[in-house]
Write a protein that binds this ligand. Structure first.
Ligand SMILES: [Mn+2]
Length: 457
């Protein structure tokens, strides 16, 4: 209908009277508003189908996230922040707030999906931009054939409940407060309630092609920004300056936001695993640990590099750095389908212990390697999914050994992202140099350039 009105043009719409004029007021939405990226309809349809196949007879309820009011009362539209709930995003790729996804799975018959969206409010859209509402536009853009107003949620759920199938709720800390969930759980004597979360988490563990593409982009832009920082870092810069350079690098390459708060620790601050203050001024001879990454299309990288602020490692720093890197490489070379993350962690410790020599005194450097080797990455930087399973193609995780020596005022951590393939692994974060000589060469190139510019003046 809206297409007809559009084709007729404004003048005809007016001539056809107030009904068509009213329809013409709600503008056609040619593309998904807000994100500027289309939904991968094949990927999201396949994810919903895979879930429904797995559940048999079931009713699935997944809420979208809400806009977060930075000011408690939310009077100002500009004082807000929004990031979609991961499970909702996984099954819809929509960045629409206050929506619901309802899946009706039938063991023996056809499954169906219903998307419920807030009605459009054209006056509010003048403030917050175009939103999609229930109707044809939304069905076309989301690939979900039935899109209703969110006001119909209760009646959709009541009709679904009448089938007697168990209710699977996406229960997690961010959805505990949903009124619908509270009401259904209060009624749990009559209603079979199940937690969807472990099932979705296990699905998210193995990434599909769309997810791998998003992760590749997040990791690539993050690694490139690390390389930029190595080129631009100078003695005497403050930690916050280094942080500003790398974060600008993420954003310049299209990152939507940070994947997690950036860690930039120079000197002894590099020995604090989650150092956040960023207020120290670098001194000649410092090592700088930078653990920072960007998020792209809801997926985040996790990359750490350690470099000498003066452009050259001292022999002592280099020895520790090389041990960390060799440990990381030994673990990485063992990545293949079938091995567990726990085994990789053990392998890394054994390797570091065996190669420590007298670098860290009689107790080997393992005593200064005070955290785990790996974690999944995906929509969360420490992504969901069980640990302890054999690795399989499509899993993506970090490998990040470190050695932290507060008594000597430096720490070293090297963290990369790897994708498990059919035959082994693919290093995704190779755009940031890892080998010490590569780091030094990159830093020297740029400094050489500065020198030439100075000489020519
Ligand atoms: Mn990490």
């Amino acid at each position: 209908m809206q297409q007809v009105v559009r084709a007729l043009g404004v003048a005809s719409a007016l001539a056809l009277g107030p009904i068509l004029a009213a329809l013409a007021q709600e503008p056609f939405v040619p593309a998904l508003p807000g994100q500027g990226r289309p939904v991968d309809l094949a990927a999201t349809t396949a994810r919903r189908q895979r879930l429904m196949d797995r559940l048999g007879d079931a009713v699935v309820l997944i809420p979208a996230a809400h806009e977060r009011d930075i000011e408690a009362y939310g009077d100002y539209p500009q004082d807000t922040d929004f990031r979609q709930h991961n499970a909702f995003f996984y099954f819809t790729m929509l960045e629409q707030q206050d929506a619901w996804l309802v899946l009706l799975a039938r063991a023996g018959g056809p499954d169906s999906a219903v998307l419920l969206l807030p009605e459009r409010d054209l006056r509010r859209e003048r403030w917050v931009g175009v939103r999609i509402g229930p109707g044809e536009d939304a069905a076309r853009l989301t690939g979900i054939p039935v899109v209703l107003g969110v006001g119909k949620l209760d009646s959709v759920v009541a009709a679904a409940q009448a089938r007697g199938a168990p209710l699977w709720l996406q229960l997690d800390p961010t959805t505990q407060g949903e009124r619908l969930f509270q009401r259904l759980r209060a009624d749990s004597a009559r209603v079979a309630i199940r937690s969807l979360r472990p099932i979705v988490d296990s699905m998210r563990l193995v990434k599909d092609a769309q997810e791998i593409a998003a992760l590749r982009r997040a990791v690539q832009l993050s690694a490139e920004a690390h390389a930029d920082l190595m080129r631009e870092a100078r003695e005497g810069m403050w930690e916050y300056e280094l942080e500003a350079i790398i974060e600008a690098g993420f954003r310049r390459r299209g990152a939507d936001r940070l994947g997690y708060p950036s860690i930039v620790g120079s000197g002894i601050n590099g020995t604090t695993l989650h150092y956040m203050a960023g207020r120290r001024r670098t001194q000649p001879g410092d090592l700088v640990v930078v653990d920072a990454a960007g998020e792209y299309a809801q997926y985040t990288a996790d990359v750490t590099r350690t470099f000498p602020i003066s452009g050259r490692f001292t022999p002592r720093q280099r020895a520790i750095y090389d041990l960390v890197l060799a440990t990381q490489q030994a673990a990485m070379d063992s990545v293949r389908p079938g091995i567990t993350m726990g085994r990789l962690g053990q392998l890394a410790r054994d390797y570091m212990r065996a190669r420590s020599g007298d670098l860290c005194g009689p107790e080997t450097c393992v005593q200064y390697y005070i955290h785990g080797l790996s974690h999944w990455i995906g929509m969360d930087v420490h992504d969901v999914g069980p640990y302890g399973l054999p690795l399989a193609p499509g899993m993506v995780f970090t490998i990040e050994p470190g050695i932290y020596l507060p008594a000597e005022s430096f720490g070293v951590r090297i963290e990369d992202c790897v994708l498990v393939t059919e035959t082994g692994y693919e290093l995704l974060s190779g755009a940031a140099p890892r080998r010490a000589e590569e780091v030094e060469r990159l830093m020297a190139e740029q400094r050489g350039g500065d020198g030439q510019r100075q000489r020519s003046r």
